[in-house]
Every structure is written in C-alpha cells, then in structure tokens.
Unconditional design. Structure first.
Length: 589
C-alpha cells in the first residue's frame, strides 16, 4: 500500500526527471487533491500517459502489478482486484450511462469520459450511415459511369469504377490503398461521375478537405491534374478545421448537428491522420443526406493525437465483409521491388524482406550496421560516395525556380528522432557538411538545405510542413516557397512561388533530413532511411511502411538488421474501444 504523501513526492520527482510523464503526474496530483486515494490517482496517471501515446483507454489487466516507469523509486500499479475495488468505491468512476469523469467498462477498460463519448458518437454515426437505405444505381449514374470509365475495363479501372458507384449509392465509403494505387485518380473520376450523373440543371455541392493545410494543397493540385483527364472542374480543398468553421481560441466549430455543412458529397483525403475528436466533429457536422468518402492508407502512421480511427474502421468493416471499404492494390508508380517490400512490411514478414534486401536490387539497398554510431559513420561515408550525386540539384536558386523545386522531389533523408546522434539536428549538420565537401570537389556552388515551416502562416498562404528554398547571400537571404502548381505545366514556375525575407520567419528548420511523420503524404524518387537503435520506442511496422512507401524509385536503408526486424514485428498498437463500440451498436441495431 502506498500513502498519498510518498506518492506526491514521487510525482513531483517524476515531473522534473521524466518530462514525457509530467502531464500524467499533474493529473494524478489533481485527483489526490479531489480526495481520491492513491489507487485512483494512479489510474488517472495511467490514463493520461496512455492518452499522450495516442490511446483512448487503458486495460487494467495489462497494467496491474506492473512498474510504472524506470524512474527510481517508481511505484507499481495496484493489483487488479485491489484496483477494481478502489475504482468501484469512488464517485469519480462510473458506467457508460453515468455522468462520471471516468468510465469503467466490463471491469476491464477504463477511459476518460470525453474520449469514451467520442468513441460512442463516432461508432453511432458510422453505424447509422451503414444502415441507411442504399440507393440503386439510376440510369443517369449508369450513363455517367460509362461516360467517365468507358468499356471494357481492366481490373484496376474496374475497382475505380466501383468506387464511383459506391460513393453515389452509399452514405459512406472508405477508400484505402498504398501510395501510387490510384486513390487521387479514383477520387477525380468519382467526382466526374457525380457531376455527370447530376446533370447540368442540378447544383451538386462537393466539399474537399484534408487534416492539414499541406495535405489540402496537395489534394487540390493532384485533383486538378487528374481532373483534366476526367473532364471535371474541381474546387479548392481546405483543411478540416476550415471546413467545419473552427472558432479561434475555442475547442468548438461553427458547423455541428445544429448547423450541418451545406454539402451533398464530402471527400476527405489523408484520413489516416484524423484523430478521434476531429472525426467526431466531422461526423456531427454531416447532413444525413450527404455522402462521405474517407480516403487514406490504413497501414500508415497513426494521427499525432488520440486514436487510429481510419485504420480501426477499415479493419472492422473489412472483417465483416462490408462493401463500404474498397481497397486499391494495383501500384502505378513504385518500382516492383518497392511494392514487394511494402507488401512484406504490411504483412509483417521480415524474412522475405531481408532476402529481397540481400539480393541487392537497384531499387532497394540495405547498408547493415551494428549500432547507432556505425549508422552515423556509414551515413557520412555515403555522403562522400557516388550515391550522393542525387543531391546535386540542391543548389542555391538562380533564375530557374522550377528546376530547384523539382530537385526537392528527387531525394530526401528520413529519420526517426529529433534529438541524439541520429536526430534531425545532427543529421542535417552531417548532410550539409557532406554536400558542401562534394560541391567543393566538383567546383559547384555550395548546396542549401531545404527549409521547413513549422507552423501555419495563413497570411502568407503557407502551412506547417511547407518546404522552402533559401536564396541570396547568407547575410540577406530570403526563402522561396511553392504556393501552388499549375496543373498543366508539370512543374512549378515563377508565378507559383513566393519569396519572403528570411527575417520574417522564426519557425523554420533545416529539412534535408526530416522525420517520417513529417514526410507522411509526400513522395520522393529516392529515399535514404536511417534506422534508430533496435530498442527505440519509435520503431513500428507503420513507421517502416510509411518510410519505405515515400520512395517512388529507390530506397536506401541504413541501420541494423535487429532494428529492421523489430520494426516489422512491432505494430503500433493504440488501445481503442472504437471497434467494440461499433460492434455493440451494430448488434443492437
């Protein structure tokens, strides 16, 4: 048994020595001040720590009796039966139907009330859409499908045609697939089908959105290029927050159940990045008559915030054979080697991937190292080798901004951590030094690393994650950003870029090396991937899959076999009650 005062002292030490657990310690302190006993306080600690890692609940049996963390003198979580008695005895904990701050489900799972309510609301909204009467394909829709897709169709085109039909006869479609499987083209074509089926006299209200400003801009540009083939004019995509009418300084939106969106078809790209709370707000704001199409890769990294909503929904609906999920699997872009590697990672089969790496094809290379120090050294060596020629396009911008921005899509170095020997700061320093030495040997101008914006700047039309290029002298440099691409030009030109003085920015960081999380949604011809140590908590199957699928033609992996095997064997598992909530509601319905 642990008394409140010793626990308080340990929590204070935890806040100082374990920054990642500081919020969890503060929550436990708050519960103690409310009069909760130490076992309830540690339940709050566990919930806050789990939420910080993206989970919406804790499973008591998995934590009971376990040491909380590696902090000296850290307590253990209570044994399960003792924990349950304490939780049942406090008014802070209740059932699904109570008004308590915490919710205990079946004496197994404990959640914060707000996260539990989010899961219930999302599950109810999804179940309601699945149960809505399905429309039969009208003659106008049949004509539109034939007009857009033609006949006969190959297997990949047939899947895209099916997406167009499902999106317009269902109230929900989850369109998933890896990079290069035609998701954007499919969306452009289903929009063309929708417009053609509506006819010239009916105004079809289509809303396009994505979770981030960068993703919304990519969606707009990609769809404009694809829509030229499909014969459909598209509106600009916006962020989900803008679509819903986010209120500055408040956790609220203009559009909700009381004031739904004015839309007949809502299409959201990069849906794997939507967290639990944002998904609830989106579903709340949808009118019952609107169709929702969520587009994304269910195998990619989870959102930064709580939940794995898109992946949970895809898995739950695929398991029951629901045709509201459509998975595209024909890869139009990545090389055969990269497509096979991505499939091996997705199916968590390490040996086939390692055999492929050992074969040493042009599209997939593995530079084995023993530890982080050797990975660091091998990266330096490669920067002095002919392989570094892919970076030669990273030169100071002259008159040709088009060529400069095109060079940025040819290669990028990806890593896991922001700090340490294999962190962004150190690796960007090595990259800049290595490329400078290469340029000096070849009598070329000193390369400039691309710069990443780390917050939204709507007044400049820029978003967090946008990449810019330095130009001018170091004393009076400016940053040129790509604002929008002309879909018919094939590459950005002067009119599609904007030059802003470097002095206007305090939120820029070197982005020659970037995290896999920040690279999500982007693609490059060549990717250099640096693996962290095998015991890194950042290693996961989704992390490795996302990294490898950023490459279109070639991926060079530098690190240990142990780290590679650890990543494939370690799925990113967030504790979520959403699948259970959905099954419960569907059973009752």
């Amino acid at each position: 048994m642990m008394l409140a005062e010793p626990l308080k002292r340990w929590l204070r030490r935890c806040q100082i020595n374990q920054p990642r657990l500081a919020v969890a310690a503060a929550v436990a302190h708050w519960l103690l001040r409310l009069g909760a006993d130490w076992q309830v306080a540690l339940a709050g600690f566990a919930l806050a720590a789990a939420e910080a890692e993206g989970s919406s609940r804790i499973t008591l049996g998995a934590l009971a009796g376990q040491l909380i963390c590696a902090e000296p003198l850290a307590p253990r979580y209570p044994e399960r039966d003792d924990w349950l008695r304490a939780l049942h005895a406090t008014e802070l904990v209740g059932t699904a139907d109570s008004a308590s701050a915490l919710v205990l489900v079946a004496d197994q799972h404990l959640s914060w009330r707000r996260l539990f309510d989010h899961e219930v609301a999302v599950a109810e909204a999804i179940a309601e859409r699945l149960q809505m009467p399905r429309q039969t394909a009208s003659a106008a829709l049949a004509r539109a499908l034939t007009q857009v897709f033609g006949d006969p169709l190959n297997a990949a085109e047939a899947a895209q045609r099916r997406a167009g039909e499902l999106a317009l006869t269902r109230r929900l479609l989850l369109l998933t697939g890896g990079p290069g499987t035609g998701k954007t083209t499919t969306v452009a074509r289903l929009i063309a089908v929708a417009v053609a089926a509506a006819g010239p006299t009916q105004r079809l209200r289509i809303a396009l959105a994505a979770p981030t400003g960068k993703a919304a801009r990519r969606l707009t540009e990609s769809l404009q290029a694809a829509a030229a083939l499909a014969g459909s004019a598209l509106s600009e995509a916006v962020t989900l927050h803008r679509l819903l009418g986010a209120k500055p300084g408040r956790l609220a939106f203009r559009h909700s159940q009381a004031l739904p969106l004015e839309a007949d078809l809502v299409i959201v790209d990069e849906a794997s990045m939507i967290d639990l709370s944002l998904m609830r707000h989106l579903l709340d704001a949808l009118p019952a008559t609107a169709s929702l199409v969520l587009v994304g890769d269910a195998d990619q990294l989870a959102p930064v915030e709580v939940g794995t909503v898109f992946a949970d929904l895809v898995a739950a609906l695929e398991a029951r054979g629901d045709d509201s999920v459509l998975r595209l699997d024909h890869n139009y872009r990545a090389s055969g080697e990269l497509a096979r590697a991505a499939q091996a990672i997705r199916l968590h089969t390490a040996d086939p991937l390692l055999a492929q790496l050992d074969a040493g094809g042009a599209g997939l290379r593995f530079y084995r190292t023993a530890n982080a120090a050797e990975t660091h050294s091998r990266f330096e060596q490669l920067l002095r080798s002919p392989a570094a020629a892919v970076f030669d396009g990273w030169l100071p911008i002259t008159a040709d901004a088009s060529a400069a921005f095109a060079a940025l899509t040819r290669v990028r170095v990806l890593a896991a951590a922001r700090h340490g020997a294999l962190g962004l700061a150190e690796l960007n320093r090595l990259l800049e030094r290595g490329l400078a030495a290469r340029a000096q040997q070849q009598h070329l101008p000193r390369p400039r690393l691309p710069q990443m914006l780390t917050r939204n700047l709507p007044e400049f039309g820029l978003a967090n994650g946008d990449i810019g290029l330095l130009e001018g002298s170091s004393a009076a440099s400016a940053v040129r950003f790509q604002i929008a691409a002309n879909p018919t030009a094939g590459a950005p030109n002067e009119a599609s870029t904007r030059v802003i003085p470097r002095s206007a920015f305090v939120d820029l960081e070197a982005a020659g090396v970037m995290t896999v999380h920040k690279a999500q949604g982007s693609e490059f011809d060549t990717v250099w991937l640096l693996l962290p140590e095998a015991d890194s908590p950042l290693l996961s199957r989704q992390w490795l899959y996302t990294a490898v699928t950023r490459a279109r033609s070639q991926c060079l992996i530098i690190g240990s076999e142990a780290a590679l095997r650890q990543a494939i064997a370690n799925p990113l598992c967030r504790d979520s009650g959403l699948p259970e909530r959905l099954r419960e509601i569907q059973r009752k319905g």
